[in-house]
Design a protein around this ligand. Structure first.
Ligand code: GSH
Length: 217
């Protein structure tokens, strides 16, 4: 089966799919597009106009959660727990992680200090909730890397970059979440899930959108 992932280089949702593919050792091709100026073939095949898309032979899948669920059904090892209730719980927390990614993007793209502080308050609230759900170290559910871990790794990778620009983000992250982040970012599947100049591209993107915290001063 030929797999082709359609990607925008700094998209965290694409990155979730890449991590899942790498954890499973599945071969795939990547086609990068620029979202500011998407090619017409992309508009033709992307119902929501968003990445990721996963082309499976002639079929096109969209939405990262659907893509990763498909991958988990087809390729071992399973990254979701077998128990239906636990699996549903994990899916719920993945959805929570998607909301946290939105809050993070808003914080990054805030145009002034007030906007940034407002968004970090929202992030802090999200962290407090997450602390109630996460188990003992190292991963979300203890010893084994799961789909929830794949879903949060892109958030923490971006958080590390943003921390370089704002010390207060270091203090905002609770210790347990910081140690989870460390585990995730050390994982080869996570390290190999982005382009080589990811940090630079991420920062340039933020600057091009007028990010207050990433501004060059
Ligand atoms: N819910 C979607 C979100 C994907 C998403 O927002 N992708 C962004 C790039 S990171 C995108 O394609 N945006 C283009 C647009 O909204 O027009 C998923 O999980 O796949």
């Amino acid at each position: 089966m030929g797999l082709e992932l359609v990607s925008f280089a700094i998209c965290p949702y694409v990155q979730r799919a890449v991590i899942a593919l790498k954890e499973k050792g599945v071969e795939f091709d990547v086609t990068y597009i620029e979202l500011d100026n998407p090619p017409s073939w992309f508009r033709d095949i992307s119902p929501l106009g968003k990445v990721p898309l996963l082309k499976v032979d002639d079929e096109v899948l969209f939405e990262s959660a659907i893509i990763t669920e498909y991958l988990d059904e087809v390729y071992p090892p399973a990254l979701h727990p077998r128990d239906p209730l636990l699996r549903a719980r994990h899916r719920s927390w993945i959805e929570f992680g998607s909301n946290l990614l939105v809050e993070q993007t808003r914080a990054m793209l805030a145009q002034d200090e007030d906007g940034f502080l407002q968004q970090t308050e929202a992030l802090g609230g999200g962290f407090a909730r997450l602390l109630q759900a996460i188990g003992d170290e190292p991963y979300f559910m203890g010893e084994h890397f799961s789909m929830v871990d794949a879903a949060y790794a892109p958030f923490f990778m971006r958080y590390e970059i943003l921390k370089e620009y704002r010390d207060d983000l270091e203090d905002l992250l609770p210790t347990r979440l910081a140690s989870w982040s460390e585990q995730l970012l050390a994982r080869p599947s996570v390290q190999d899930s982005v382009v080589d100049d990811f940090s630079q591209r991420f920062v340039s993107f933020g600057r091009s959108k007028g990010s207050f915290i990433l501004s060059e001063g």
